[in-house]
Design a protein around this ligand. Structure first.
Ligand SMILES: Nc1ncnc2c1ncn2[C@@H]1O[C@H](COP(=O)(O)OP(=O)(O)OP(=O)(O)O)[C@@H](O)[C@H]1O
Length: 575
């Protein structure tokens, strides 16, 4: 709960004003049945029209004040719950964005989405209900019981016999339904995950004619959610009919006893009406309490899920100290680094050691799944190390504040992601204050200035969502240009040349050296031609270091590298 304090605190006035006015409305409401009884006993039975009109007018006035009070309360509840939800959602969004890759993966994207939307909505509703009903409902319930007792103490024994039964029902529902709500949320996560995968992978699903399979998967998830929701609703739906049934039995007993007492002159008609009115108010208030219990049970499950995200410790958030770059130290140094993605997974990298000086180029080559991207992931501190040490310019990577780390590294990731907006906006992701001259320079080096120059609106041309109005090669070049705009001392190009022809790739690498001199370069590729000229080449084989050296050194000493070179030369020869 302590995470919620900061979001609730700004609305302390609403938490005060709302319940006070709701209480005022409840107090006024409690007067109504007594006034009604007086109208019947002193007005209707004695045919006193003036009294009826006077009391009727007073009741209308009280009702109007009650309505005004309810409106003020409703408004306060709305301001507080919406404001609370907006702040919480915005902070949770920031938190999710700051999570490491492994943290996001361990939560799962779909559950983060439902926590950000559905769970926060539940909490918002709970906040509104705290203001509107948490004080009012028990007050009306107790107040009605007391008022009924004041009208006829003997008759109110019926109420006090009924109350424990009703409380028992509410408690039972709470105990049974609380764990079931958590289950419903989990099922909702699973359904969102299936829908998310289905929509993002729609092309592949259709290409492999997997629609029926996907429909079946969706149907199963949907049914599981329905079953879980029906189960919990079956239990919570018992509350209303059961409590109404018991209260109605109580009313019948009251009516039966009243008839008997009226005959003996111990009760009058007006008081019977008022008594029944109080019992009905009590019933309604009790139903509200029961529904509040259900709502808070749901909110409790959501609170736990939201707190889990907010309470996740951010990687590296503890360090604020600025770390100077020590230019005489290697820009990147791996010392006996081993790494696995999850505690259960096998090692993705095993005992990797290399050092790369500022301005040098390291090529990383290896088959699919050999661990190339994992090296880049670790330099970007997207996952925690399993063993060993990584230093950037002489400082342990763990000690570098995230912001500084990201300032120093620029990356063109394996999957070239572009976002809807103009080309300029996409490129300025690298540096939001970059001038057109910087963008043009980056485009030129990335061999993208020709095709961008041919577009009617040049830099202002629109990029569709996901960059689908550009070819794979064009996307890759824009991706590289965006990384260059950042002009960071360390540039990681992860399989960024795979959709480029050899000449474009050659020109790009030459331009990089000429126009961005001094940049430390890490080129990840499966193609020998991409890394051949690098100062050092790291050969990975199933996560292990199969070799480290220049092309010539590796040709003389590393069988895995030799085999890669020969197989690619053979392939080219047969083309
Ligand atoms: N996010 C992840 N969670 C769990 N395991 C992962 C994750 N990413 C990669 N792996 C596993 O780690 C190993 C190395 O993967 P990595 O992506 O580093 O290989 P790669 O050499 O870059 O492959 P490719 O050339 O196909 O991109 C693989 O066995 C892969 O299954």
């Amino acid at each position: 709960m302590h995470y919620m304090k900061q979001y609730l605190k700004p609305y302390w006035k609403q938490f005060l004003i709302g319940p006070v006015f709701k209480l005022l409305e409840a107090i006024l409401e409690l007067f109504m049945p007594i006034m009604m009884a007086r109208i019947i006993n002193e007005g209707v039975l004695q045919q006193d029209t003036d009294f009826i009109l006077q009391q009727g007018g007073l009741m209308a006035l009280i009702a109007a004040i009650g309505m005004g009070s309810a409106w003020i309360c409703q408004y306060s509840a709305s301001v507080a719950s919406q404001g609370f939800g907006t702040r919480l959602r915005s902070d949770m969004f920031k938190k999710i964005n700051a999570l490491s890759f492994s943290q996001i993966e361990s939560f799962g994207a779909s559950t983060l989405t439902t926590r950000l939307t559905n769970d926060i909505n539940q909490l918002q509703q709970a906040v509104a209900m705290v203001i509107r009903l948490v004080i009012r409902a028990p007050f009306v319930c107790i107040g009605s019981a007391v008022a009924a007792m004041m009208i006829n103490a003997r008759m109110s024994i019926i109420i006090f016999l009924t109350l424990p039964v009703l409380a028992g029902i509410v408690y039972f529902v709470f105990r049974v339904s609380a764990p079931l709500y958590t289950r419903v949320q989990q099922k909702l996560d699973a359904l969102s995950r299936t829908v998310g995968e289905n929509i993002s992978g729609v092309r592949v699903i259709r290409a492999f004619a997997k629609n029926p399979h996907e429909k079946e998967r969706f149907r199963q998830r949907n049914e599981e959610l329905t079953r879980a929701a029906v189960r919990v609703n079956l239990i919570s739906a018992l509350v209303n009919p059961l409590t109404t049934f018991i209260m109605n039995i109580a009313i019948v007993v009251v009516l039966y006893c009243s008839g008997w007492m009226i005959q003996r002159g111990q009760f009058d008609q007006g008081s019977v009406l008022a008594f029944i009115n109080y019992i009905s108010s009590m019933l309604t208030a009790l139903l509200v309490v029961a529904n509040l219990v259900v709502l808070f049970t749901k909110a409790g499950a959501s609170l736990k899920r939201v707190n889990e995200v907010l309470g996740t410790e951010l990687p590296g958030e503890e360090s604020e100290v600025k770390c100077e770059r020590q230019m005489n130290e290697p820009a990147v140094e791996f010392s006996h680094v081993s790494f696995r993605y999850t505690p259960e997974a096998s090692l993705a990298l095993e005992d990797i050691t290399f050092a790369l000086r500022q301005g040098e180029t390291l090529g990383i080559i290896g088959g699919t799944g050999s661990g190339k991207t994992s090296v880049a992931n670790l330099i970007l501190r997207q996952y925690p190390l399993t063993e060993g040490r990584i230093e950037l310019w002489g400082t342990d990577i763990e000690a570098i504040p995230r912001e500084q780390l990201l300032e120093r590294i620029s990356t063109a990731p394996q999957r070239a992601e572009l976002f809807s907006g103009s080309i300029r906006e996409n490129l300025q992701w690298g540096a939001h204050d970059a001038e057109d001259a910087d963008l043009q320079k980056a485009l030129k080096a990335a061999q993208a200035s020709d095709f961008v120059g041919e577009l009617p609106q040049k830099l202002d041309s629109q990029v569709d969502r996901g960059g689908r109005n550009f070819s794979g090669g064009q996307k890759q070049r824009l991706n590289i240009a965006r990384a260059l705009v950042k002009n960071a001392p360390l540039l990681i190009l992860d399989d960024s040349f795979s959709a480029l022809d050899y000449l474009t790739e050659h020109n790009l690498k030459t331009a990089l050296k000429e126009q961005y001199p001094g940049t430390t370069l890490l080129i990840i590729s499966q193609r020998v031609s991409s890394i051949r000229g690098a100062d050092q080449i790291l050969v990975l084989d199933d996560g292990k270091m199969a070799g480290l050296g220049t092309h010539e050194e590796l040709m003389a000493s590393c069988p895995v590298y030799q085999e890669t070179v020969y197989s690619q030369t053979r392939e080219e020869g047969t083309r």
